[in-house]
Design a protein around this ligand. Structure first.
Ligand code: SF4
Length: 431
């Protein structure tokens, strides 16, 4: 039996798209390999949101080149955001002539046809589409049995000045409402306990409010205990009806990822985020007034062009005020083709590193304080893995909790009482 291995880089969207690539390969009779060395088809599903992601892909291509030298019949394909970026597909073709298939984000569902070209006609393929076209479905070979991802929309219209996504993922397109409801229903009926709805900006699903809240309400009507999560929300598009829909059912997780990106209004304007820090904090207040035990996480970037110490301190003040459960911190990475790349006042790496270290330390202390305050409380936890007698799972408000558990607990919900908080980690026991 022929085998495939997919190297996935980047966000949950890419992780789920790799499940679709795996679905196409599975339909053609391929089975999953354990590593690149073991595979007949090697795919790299890439990300270009930061320079480090691209560097990792190029490094891995060096290793794959050696595999191809030893086994010339191996088919190597590269797809996703990186080849979709202007000029990159041609660069890859020149620099890595051993790659057999190069394709972008819009035509991923055509992998089967591209394999035919290589396997049956001995041809190489380079096909990048300039525009997104219609949403196409593809078979999905899911990685887990407890958590599942479901795309509800693709692309982004926001053009934040630092972000390459609108250029490589195209304009916003929403999937059909009934199609999503039926996919989620069949996942829940098939035994999945948590479904995460994916989109670059889920709050503008179907053209904006109230479509997304209607979808959440429709997805909370199935029988049994399960959870619906979603990501990512843009603060400017998050509306009261969405928060009310979250509060209306315990089947919608009490968790929201609301990326703020910066605490300084001057920087937010330069980033083209279309809200001020005050407006953002108002939304946080609105969410907490309706769902008091909500878990909130965020993304925050340091070192955006012209960011000075005063701007940076605004970010510190904002995270002290919000007290996020989780904060994903990033150093601004220049992306050619974006507005911010052409801005004057690029920040040196030493200053960026210093700021991110201070931010990480601050968030660690905040997280530690929060974790200590949970000791003695009980959370409803979904166990997703058990390893060496220790179970790992998450609460509805997205707290990661570990506890002693047997293997048969995987995929079950139960109450866990927090007994210890160590370095931001929560340890509990099943009640
Ligand atoms: S909302 Fe902004 S940061 Fe998010 S994908 Fe769209 S352009 Fe990028």
């Amino acid at each position: 039996m022929k085998k495939f291995f997919i190297n996935t880089y980047g966000c949950q969207m890419n992780v789920h798209e790799s499940e679709k690539l795996a679905g196409i390969l599975h339909q053609r009779g391929y089975v999953a390999a354990l590593s690149n060395e073991d595979a007949d088809v090697i795919l790299l599903n890439t990300c270009c949101i930061r320079e480090t992601a691209e560097t990792r892909v190029l490094g891995n291509l060096g290793i794959i080149k050696k595999i191809k030298e030893k086994r010339p019949n191996v088919i190597v394909g590269i797809c996703g955001c990186m080849p979709q970026k202007k000029g990159t597909a041609e660069m890859l073709k020149k620099r890595c002539p051993f790659i057999d298939i190069i394709f972008g984000t819009h035509n991923m569902y055509k992998l089967g046809e591209y394999l035919d070209e290589v396997e049956n006609r001995g041809k190489k393929v380079l096909e990048i589409w300039d525009s997104e076209g219609e949403i196409q479905s593809a078979p999905v070979l899911r990685d887990g049995k407890v958590n599942a991802w479901v795309n509800i929309m693709y692309g982004c219209d926001n053009f934040c000045s630092y972000c390459i996504v609108p250029y490589v993922r195209g304009r916003e397109r929403s999937r059909d409402f009934d199609e999503i409801v039926s996919e989620v229903r069949s996942l829940i009926e098939g035994g999945y306990k948590e479904v995460t709805l994916l989109g670059q900006n889920v709050n503008s699903y179907g053209g904006g409010s109230p479509q997304f809240s209607k979808l959440l309400r429709a997805l909370s009507k199935f029988d049994g205990e399960y959870r619906i999560k979603f990501m990512t929300s843009h603060p400017k598009d998050l509306t009261l009806d969405v928060v009310e829909a979250m509060a209306s059912s315990d089947k919608i997780a009490n968790y929201i990822h609301l990326p703020v990106q910066a605490g300084s209004d001057r920087i937010l304007k330069l980033m083209n985020r279309k809200y001020t820090s005050g407006e953002y904090l108002e939304k946080i207040k609105m969410i907490r007034s309706i769902i008091p035990d909500v878990g909130i996480s965020s993304d925050l970037m340091v070192g955006f062009p012209t960011e000075n110490e005063e701007d940076y301190l605004c970010s510190e003040n904002l995270i002290k005020e919000v007290k996020y459960n989780n904060l994903y911190t990033f150093i601004y990475s220049r992306r050619s083709g974006t507005v911010a790349d052409k801005m004057d006042g690029q920040i040196d790496i030493k200053t960026k590193t210093d700021r991110i270290e201070r931010l990480i330390k601050l968030q660690f202390d905040i997280g530690n304080e929060l974790a200590k305050s949970y000791v003695g409380k009980t959370f409803r936890v979904l166990c997703d893995t058990v390893k060496d007698g220790i179970g790992y799972g998450k609460s509805s408000c997205d707290k990661s909790i570990s506890f002693v558990a047997s293997q048969d607990r995987v995929g079950q919900f139960f109450d866990v009482k927090i007994t210890q908080a160590k370095n931001n980690k929560l340890i509990g026991e099943i009640v």
